[in-house]
Structures are given as structure tokens and as C-alpha cells.
Design a protein around this ligand. Structure first.
Ligand code: ATP
Ligand code: FE2
Length: 334
């Protein structure tokens, strides 16, 4: 065979461009079947307080052309489809990114693929770790769910009844004078704790709730040293998450746990899940940090799986859904 540099092989593979922008992170990436080819990101940082949906959307509108242009410069050959987050997420942000995705699909003459953001977090984890069929603990700002695949759908086995764990951490951190995002700051302070303070532990059936915990932690921070409250917040909230994950493992009989979402960066949460998995003799998988928080690669990768299964989103059906549940998405690629 004549020598070639492998260029033809690269050109013949499938390349998908993915756009993510459900909340604070605007990101575009191209993936092929082997890896992430390129990823560019522009991050919205609120000047004060939490994320303002309209300001975040304005940030995405200002940066999306630049982010896409930089990404396309690195493309190798044809883009087979444009994938984008259809939801869940902040309405104004979702609409801004979807509009760009439609325009881009038309200009590249490529089909559009609307993906579920939560499932993208899980599928990229399955791609980038040895996990095959895990129970996933997906913990981010707005979302907290325990999910696993069964018969054509990702089923939600347990979820938050109010706010996501990340938002609860951020809310408590803000009330204690820490800047956004609060999760990493709470983690850091917790390392200097000297005592555990009892805080409300709320698991109802397979669901959990964090709003009362955030309020109680705020009140406790008036009486106790902040590191002790941060530690107690983490221990309480993470124990709730680990309990429900463990019960989902027992119920499904699965032998792997996958951690997904931005809060998955937390080492104490990893440690607690690791202990549970070790005790049960099952695998515990955590993807690299760049695939845990919101990223364009995960949207492109789920787009690739859906593309290969023949899935397409026609423009009239490409309306975003801020409340798009993972269990509403039909899994066509397994
Ligand atoms: P989604 O749209 O899926 O809800 P998101 O916009 O909240 O995602 P992510 O990047 O998945 O974005 O998660 C961000 C959250 O992760 C923030 O609430 C942040 O405080 C939290 N977080 C980040 N690092 C840590 C950490 N080390 N410990 C705890 N929480 C963390
Ligand atoms: Fe996310």
C-alpha cells in the first residue's frame, strides 16, 4: 500500500460540530469517532450574585460567532451534522444557541441534531471512561439526578425535589459572602473544619431536596465557623446523594457508577462514592475534569451517536425546551 499520512482516513470519518450554551458556559467543539478534534469556550461570569439568564444569553450572543469561527478553522474535512443542546437550561440562553445552530446547519448544508444536555453529560462519561452501562449520578448547578439506561430510555431513579446541589452550594456560599461559583470555595474551606454540625438530611423515597439544607447552613454560619458549616453541608448533601445512588445500584443490579456534572469535580463527593462502590465491589468512574462541567464536546459526541443511529432534527422541530427531561428522550443509539 502506498504511504499516506492518514488524511484520507480522517476525511472519511464522521465529524460533528456541537454547541453548548444552556447556562454559563458557551462552547463549540468538533468530535470524530476517535476523539475531540477542537473545542473553544467563552465563559460568562456574573459581575455580582448568580447567573442572570438574560445577561448570560447576551454574553452568548456576543461571543458565539467568534467561538464557532475559531472552531471551524480547525476542522478536518466535512462537518456531517450540527448538534446543539435543546434543553434543559435557561430559556434565553438555549434560544440564542439554537438560533446559531440552525443558521450554521443551513450554511454548512448539514443536518441538525437536538440533544438532551443531561444525557450528553452521561454519554461523554461513558466514552471517556471504561464504563459501559452505569448508574449515573449527574450533579450540576441546576440538576441533580440518579439515572440509568433501561429499555429505550434513560430512567430517572431519583432526583432533587427543589434545587440542584450546585445551586444549593452556590446559594449558601453567596449568603456567606463567597463569590460565584461557590462549590469550589466550599470544598476548600471544608478542609479546615474541626467539627460536624447537624444539618437537615432530606431523602424522600428515592428523591432528595437541598433548599432546606442551604437555608439551615446559612443560619448555622451565623453561629459556627464557616469551615465547619462548609464541611457539614458537604457531608450531609453528599451522603444523601450516595444513599440514593447506592439504592439505584441495588435496584438495577448494575455494576458501575459514573459521576457526571460540574459538582463531580468535588474530591470529597468522589471519595464517598468511591467508598460505597468499593464496599459493593463495583466499578466507579469519573471522566477527566474538562468533560464534567458543561462542554461542547459532550454535545458533539451525543450528536455523533444520534447521527450514526439515523436521528435528525428537522428545523420546524428544533424548538428548545427549558424543561427537557432526560427520560423524555428516546435513545436511538443503543
Ligand atoms: P447544568 O446546566 O447541567 O445544570 P451547570 O450550568 O450548572 O450545568 P456545571 O458546569 O455542570 O454547569 O456545574 C456547575 C456547578 O458545579 C456550580 O454550581 C459549581 O459551584 C459546581 N462546582 C464546580 N466545582 C465544584 C467543586 N469542586 N465542588 C462542588 N461544586 C462544584
Ligand atoms: Fe450541565
Amino acid at each position: 500500500m502506498p504511504y499516506n499520512c492518514g488524511h484520507e482516513n480522517l476525511m472519511s470519518g464522521i465529524s460533528i460540530l456541537g454547541l453548548e450554551g444552556t447556562a454559563w458556559n458557551l462552547s463549540a467543539a468538533i468530535v470524530d469517532e476517535d476523539d475531540v478534534v477542537v473545542e473553544n469556550t467563552a465563559t460568562y461570569k456574573p459581575p455580582t450574585g448568580g447567573i442572570h439568564p438574560r445577561e448570560a444569553a447576551q454574553h452568548h450572543a456576543n461571543h458565539i460567532a467568534g467561538v464557532i469561527r475559531k472552531t471551524l478553522e480547525k476542522r478536518r474535512g466535512r462537518i456531517n451534522a450540527v448538534a446543539f443542546s435543546m434543553g434543559p437550561g435557561l430559556g434565553p440562553c438555549l434560544r440564542t444557541v439554537a438560533t446559531a445552530a440552525r443558521a450554521l446547519a443551513l450554511s454548512l448544508d448539514a443536518p441538525l441534531i437536538g440533544v438532551n444536555h443531561c444525557i450528553a453529560h452521561i454519554e461523554v462519561g461513558i466514552w471517556k471512561t471504561p464504563a459501559h452501562d452505569p448508574v449515573a449520578l449527574y450533579v450540576s448547578g441546576a440538576n441533580s439526578q440518579v439515572l440509568s439506561y433501561r429499555a429505550g430510555h434513560y430512567r430517572v431513579f431519583g432526583e432533587t425535589l427543589d434545587i440542584g446541589i450546585g445551586n444549593a452550594l452556590d446559594k449558601f456560599a453567596r449568603s456567606a459572602g463567597l463569590s460565584h461559583p461557590g462549590g469550589p470555595k466550599v470544598e476548600e474551606l471544608a478542609k479546615h473544619a474541626t467539627q460536624y454540625i447537624k444539618l437537615p438530611y432530606t431523602v424522600k423515597g428515592m428523591d432528595f431536596s437541598f433548599s432546606g439544607l442551604a437555608t439551615a447552613a446559612h443560619e448555622a454560619s451565623r453561629k459556627y465557623p464557616l469551615p465547619d458549616v462548609c464541611h457539614s453541608f458537604q457531608e450531609t448533601a453528599f451522603a444523601m446523594l450516595v444513599e440514593v445512588t447506592e439504592r439505584a445500584v441495588a435496584h438495577t443490579g448494575k455494576s458501575e457508577v459514573l459521576l457526571a456534572g460540574g459538582v463531580g469535580a468535588n474530591s470529597r463527593l468522589r471519595e464517598m462514592l468511591g467508598v460505597m462502590c468499593n464496599d459493593r465491589g463495583i466499578g466507579f468512574y469519573v471522566p477527566e475534569k474538562r468533560f464534567m462541567g458543561d462542554n461542547g464536546a459532550m454535545i458533539a459526541y451525543l450528536g455523533l451517536l444520534m447521527y450514526k443511529s439515523g436521528y435528525r432534527t428537522e428545523i420546524p422541530d428544533s424548538k428548545v425546551n427549558p424543561d427537557y427531561r432526560p427520560d423524555d428522550a428516546v435513545v436511538t443509539w443503543r
